[in-house]
Design a protein around this ligand. Sequence first.
Ligand SMILES: NC(=O)c1ccc[n+]([C@@H]2O[C@H](COP(=O)([O-])OP(=O)(O)OC[C@H]3O[C@@H](n4cnc5c(N)ncnc54)[C@H](OP(=O)(O)O)[C@@H]3O)[C@@H](O)[C@H]2O)c1
Length: 291
Amino acid sequence: MSAQILDGKALAEQIRSEIKEQVAAFVAETGLTPCLAVILVGNNAASEVYVRNKQVACEKIGIKSEMYRLPETTSERELLTQIDMLNRNDAVHGILVQLPLPKQMNEQNILDAIIPEKDVDAFHSDNVGRISQGRPRFLPCTPYGIQELLIRNHIATAGKHAVIIGRSNIVGKPMALLLVQKGCGGDATVTICHSRTPDIAAMTRQADILIVAIGQAKFVTADMVKPGATVIDVGMNRTEEGLVGDVDFSAVKEIAGAITPVPGGVGPLTVTMLLLNTLTAAKNFKNCRQL
Ligand SMILES: NC(=O)c1ccc[n+]([C@@H]2O[C@H](COP(=O)([O-])OP(=O)(O)OC[C@H]3O[C@@H](n4cnc5c(N)ncnc54)[C@H](OP(=O)(O)O)[C@@H]3O)[C@@H](O)[C@H]2O)c1
């Protein structure tokens, strides 16, 4: 029997309509409009698309978005100055620096310059530390979206073996942190694989939940998947066939119990969780001002 297709697009729309209502209630109650500032440095074509998607998504649900474009030749100091201005601006609640950055910049220096209270991507060292301690201020958008997808589709994580391929700071590592936390959407036993893991297939065949985030088209084949497993495909690879994931979808869906498509799986949820984090940042700002 073919797997249940986990429709991230439909779920994202549902969550966005929930956030839209919450934004309207927040504006009515406080007179404040949540605002996300997005900084784009250089002319990376994929980044242009991601940033535009984020802006459109904000506008549709009543979050204000401000765009700051800086040239490819921008120095780290100039970018830090821009971030400092936004940190001090009380009308801006969330700040996002679109990655990747030009090579003259130290990425973590830049991410750590955003004050943690406005770090809606949750990449600041302080926020990463809080997540690892189970007391997050924000959750990183892609793992947060995946956890929400699992919870809302009633896919249990407690006591399950989750195998993650990929150990990036954006997806793999924070995903492991969320799944291993105590409580709803957590309590899993987690294995992380990467390019130095020998015999990855032996690991993935043990997975009740398999999450793949490596950026290699159709890397996971049907023989690597345990029958009935949940397969979450984070990969986005532009190929001659169009956009494809890290999982060989048409073959794996015949083995898996549930699977996300690409496109229409994890991607729309990532942007959705950014919207939720921006609303949370605005609420936290309002609460601080009342103390
Ligand atoms: N849908 C979304 O919203 C969303 C969000 C973020 C990323 N993505 C996509 O997800 C993919 C991963 O993104 P990322 O930022 O996490 O990537 P990344 O920073 O490039 O990290 C890739 C990870 O995959 C591992 N890896 C690469 N090739 C491998 C192989 N053959 N076997 C085992 N491990 C391998 C690397 O191992 P080493 O550490 O050993 O090098 C690394 O840990 C990309 O396609 C990206 O576009 C999608």
